[in-house]
Design a protein around this ligand. Structure first.
Ligand code: HEC
Length: 170
């Protein structure tokens, strides 16, 4: 095999593995799966922010996209709820052999120093820093958040509604 054939084979295998990870996340996650427990029906949610938290879809119909590495997914596949739980307190999740901890993202926790306690002296989040974490994947100190936290794209007004819901969570 030539070097470029080997390179293409490696890329194909990597794409295949990434697909399996995703499939496992959708089907086999320890958290309840939004597809199993919800049909996406806006009438079931008390606010647009709650709808975004649970379904990553918006009342406005504007797209909400999640990127992980080279994959970009449209809302409805996974949402904040998938990893951070229905109460926002996080916990451990699993994708195949890969175990990860999703932090507590209730507003009161994020805006306290050391938020969630995974790094004692991390500086508190402000509203703008929460937006940066969600849409650019950086923590309150500017360090890259680790996967599987996706980088999200959503309209500004949808982020505002989502932030309001993080406050309702606590
Ligand atoms: C596939 C799992 C997954 C999904 C879906 C997800 N997150 Fe995360 N999130 C994580 C993980 C894991 C971390 C921790 C990353 C780290 O510590 O570097 C994280 C970190 C965060 C942080 C930073 C917390 C801190 O203490 O620094 C915020 C804020 C956050 N997520 C908000 C959200 C919101 C809002 C959504 C929905 C729009 C969402 N996440 C969807 C897995 C996920």
């Amino acid at each position: 095999m030539s070097a470029s054939n080997i390179r293409s084979a490696v890329i194909l295998i990597a794409v295949g593995i990434a697909g399996l990870f995703l499939l496992n996340l959708i089907q086999g996650n320890e958290y309840a799966n939004p597809y199993r427990t919800y049909t996406i029906d806006a009438s079931g949610f008390k606010s647009n922010g709650e709808r975004i938290y649970f379904t990553a879809t918006s009342d406005s119909g504007k797209p909400i996209l999640a990127s992980m590495g080279m994959m970009t997914m449209r809302g409805g596949t996974m949402s904040c709820y998938t990893c951070h739980g229905a109460n926002g307190k996080g916990g451990s999740g699993r994708m195949m052999m890969w175990q990860f901890e999703a932090p507590d993202i209730r507003y009161s926790v994020l805006t306290t120093a050391g938020h969630g306690g995974h790094e004692e002296d991390e500086k508190p989040y402000t509203d703008d820093l929460i937006k940066r974490a969600v849409t650019r994947g950086l923590d309150s100190e500017g360090k890259a958040l680790e996967q599987p936290m996706p980088v999200w794209q959503m309209a500004d007004e949808d982020f505002t509604d989502l932030l309001a819901y993080l406050k309702i969570l606590g």
